[in-house]
Design a protein around this ligand. Structure first.
Ligand code: SF4
Length: 378
């Protein structure tokens, strides 16, 4: 260390020039959380399930929206959210509804196990918690369909608890802020640690929603609008100029392609042959037209052997395609017209036009319906 210069004790001669104005102390640097909360106060998204500033959030609304938003876009969720809330304004009302009715209302939103769990969770909250959602993350995680993310989101947003909420948007923002080189999904632990350090003690709910909004509107996957971001000064990826390359990802493997056959049996009185899938597993509890297994190596002969009844089956040109998380599906559609006296095989039923309108058909079965209907009409 350099020696300090000794100061003279002599009073200095007064200068006649006016004293320079006192230099103002520099304002303390804002923490990223404070900068983000200030940005959120101005730019927050207005969403139907979100409390406005000054309002108390409704835990039922927060829970319902968080379940619906899992793997689903805000735009797709909005009409379903409004429909559910209008039909079942309280958790007790949802708990009392027949599960088939809930599945029907959910049809088209995808990932159908969520609907079954939603109903089971409503029942548990109504019966074991007096209709009140628990405030604590650990207790929330004991409810059906509530995993770590949803528990943290409800605890923070509905009850203001300090919980670390990490969805895809937050992952992206954090991976960029710290230029995390580990590819996803291995990077999740690192991201959680950084996100935990960023999360403030107070206003954890607003902070979580601000991170989500920043990811959804500004720190977007392809072209982040860094010029509009409140976190640029501390963002490592912005400084390096390579924000869009984060989060790092493992190269994706190809999705396997499976094939299947669907049999559309149309009775002369307008009824269609339907069955209900088993309650557990993919699309559990949903309705479908009967069909074959979905396999990588399904050939035409195997497909036809899965026909539910004897009829003059006609294969429609082209196929219905659908992409699930782990595989892509191609369905050949066979149609047959049957007399009004035709009986449904065991475990199936003929559904008349009224029932079809309300049937809990997943979206790709609706594509099958549309294709078969237009071919028969043509
Ligand atoms: Fe994302 Fe850019 Fe903001 Fe960094 S500066 S958090 S990359 S928007």
């Amino acid at each position: 260390m350099l020696p300090r210069t000794r100061q003279s004790n002599k009073p200095k001669a007064r200068k006649t020039a006016p004293a320079p104005a006192k230099k103002k102390a520099a304002p303390a640097a804002q923490t990223p959380a404070a900068a983000l909360l200030a940005w959120y106060a101005r730019h927050r998204r207005v969403l139907p399930w979100r409390a406005l500033p000054g309002q108390t959030p409704d835990p039922y609304a927060v829970w319902l929206s968080e379940i619906m938003l899992q793997q689903t876009t805000v735009a797709a969720v909005k009409p379903y959210y409004s429909k559910f809330l209008a039909q079942w304004p309280k958790v007790e009302a949802l708990a009392e509804a027949p599960v088939e009715e809930v599945m029907r209302a959910w049809a088209g939103l995808g990932y159908y196990s969520r609907a079954r769990n939603l109903h089971a969770c409503a029942k548990m909250v109504a019966t074991s918690h007096d209709g009140n959602f628990p405030r604590d993350e650990a207790l929330l995680r004991k409810l059906p369909g509530i995993g770590p993310y949803t528990a943290a989101a409800i605890a923070a947003i509905a009850f203001g608890q300090r919980a670390v909420v990490i969805d895809g948007n937050v992952e992206r923002v954090v991976a960029r802020l710290y230029r995390i080189q580990t590819p996803l999904p291995a990077a999740k632990t690192e991201i959680r640690e950084y996100a935990g350090a960023l999360t403030p003690q107070d206003e954890a709910g607003d902070f979580a929603q601000a991170m989500m909004d920043l990811g959804a509107t500004t720190c977007t996957p392809k072209n982040p609008a860094c010029a509009l971001c409140p976190l640029t000064s501390g963002c490592a990826a912005f400084a390096a100029g390579d924000a869009a390359s984060f989060p790092r990802r493992m190269p994706k493997g190809e999705r396997p392609q499976r094939r299947g056959a669907i049999f559309y049996a149309h009775r002369a009185d307008g009824a269609l042959l339907l069955r209900t899938r088993p309650p557990r597993g993919l699309l559990g509890g949903m309705c479908e037209f009967p069909g074959s297994e979905w396999r990588v190596d399904l050939d035409a002969e195997q497909a036809l052997s899965a026909a539910p009844l004897k009829a003059r089956w006609r294969k429609l040109p082209g196929a219905v395609e659908h992409v699930f998380t782990h595989f892509a599906l191609q369905l050949d559609v066979y149609v047959a017209q049957l007399p009004a006296s035709a009986r449904a095989p065991l475990g199936m039923r003929f559904a008349g036009p009224n029932e079809m309108g309300k049937a809990a058909l997943p979206s790709f079965m609706r594509k099958v319906w549309e294709k078969a209907r237009s071919s028969l009409a043509g």
